[in-house]
Design a protein around this ligand. Structure first.
Ligand code: HEC
Length: 242
């Protein structure tokens, strides 16, 4: 058995240290680029500058207070076209009740036909979104529920597997550092746990939007762990006095 206690990363052959260092620097750069990607994908989501909790909440939970149709007729620019008392309330409560097709034919379609379709029809100007059929009206009646489960599944399974593999290599290298045993245990196990928690929370936010804070914390923790996993071995290989 080799004597692992006196093992030092710094004593590895030069070429192997070079290979490990190139790997660590590349993985670290990849992580930073992933951060840029995250920013560019989500920073405009809530209409406020910068990437914040509001963006994550809007992206993964959605904006469930309103649909486009409701916001246009409830004090919005289309309210003026509903002069008859009660029409607006009928449409709003139809949306609230789930925008079913029966209700559309019974109540909503006649109101739209009378007040809206002269502009909102397929032969109207292009910017007048057609509102002549149930399918067309559904386009402006969708509640925004955030990231659809199919997209979550696609992103989650590729990320969990590929980042898991990267963590395995990083953890293997870190296991050879001179840090105390408890530090090794934490820094090796936590990244896997946080990775699973991050994608688990990203799904559960659909049911409990407050979890968005948990997801932000797990994201920050993951970044910190990446930094430790990469910087400590680099330091011990090249800088630490033996
Ligand atoms: C005089 C023409 C006209 C009438 C009548 C009209 N609209 Fe509009 N509608 C527009 C225009 C122009 C826009 C785009 C500008 C805007 O959003 O304010 C628009 C936008 C909308 C949008 C947003 C569509 C999208 O895809 O972004 C909705 C929803 C809407 N109208 C609903 C209605 C409803 C419901 C009525 C009837 C109560 C109605 N409109 C009556 C001209 C009209």
């Amino acid at each position: 058995m080799p004597d692992w206690d006196s093992f030092r990363l710094a004593r590895l052959p030069f070429a192997l240290k070079l290979a490990l260092s190139c790997f660590l620097v590349t993985v670290g750069t990849g992580y930073l680029v992933a951060g840029v990607n995250l920013y560019l994908t989500y920073h405009l989501t809530d209409g406020e500058p910068g990437l914040g909790i509001g963006d994550l909440r809007r992206a993964f939970y959605g904006n469930r207070e309103n649909t486009k149709l409701a916001s246009k007729i409830d004090g919005g620019s289309m309210a003026q076209f509903l002069p008859r008392a009660g029409d607006r309330e009928k449409i709003l409560s139809w949306i609230q009740d789930g925008a079913a097709e029966d209700g559309y034919h019974a109540t909503v379609k006649p109101i739209l036909a009378q007040n809206c379709v002269r502009c909102h029809n397929p032969n109207g100007l292009q910017r007048f979104t057609p509102l002549t059929s149930y399918e067309e009206v559904m386009v402006v009646t969708q509640i925004d529920r955030g990231e659809p489960p199919q997209l979550w599944a696609r992103v989650a399974h590729t990320h969990i597997q590929s980042i898991g593999l990267i963590f395995l290599v990083l953890a293997g290298i870190f296991s050879l550092t001179q840090t105390p045993q408890w530090v090794k245990t934490a820094v090796i196990v936590l990244p896997f746990a946080v990775l699973l928690a991050d994608f688990g929370l990203r799904y559960l936010i659909k049911y409990a939007p407050g979890l968005v804070y948990g997801m932000a914390v797990s994201g920050a923790l993951m970044g910190a762990l990446f930094a430790v996993l990469i910087l400590v071995p680099l330091y011990e290989m090249w800088l630490r006095k033996q």
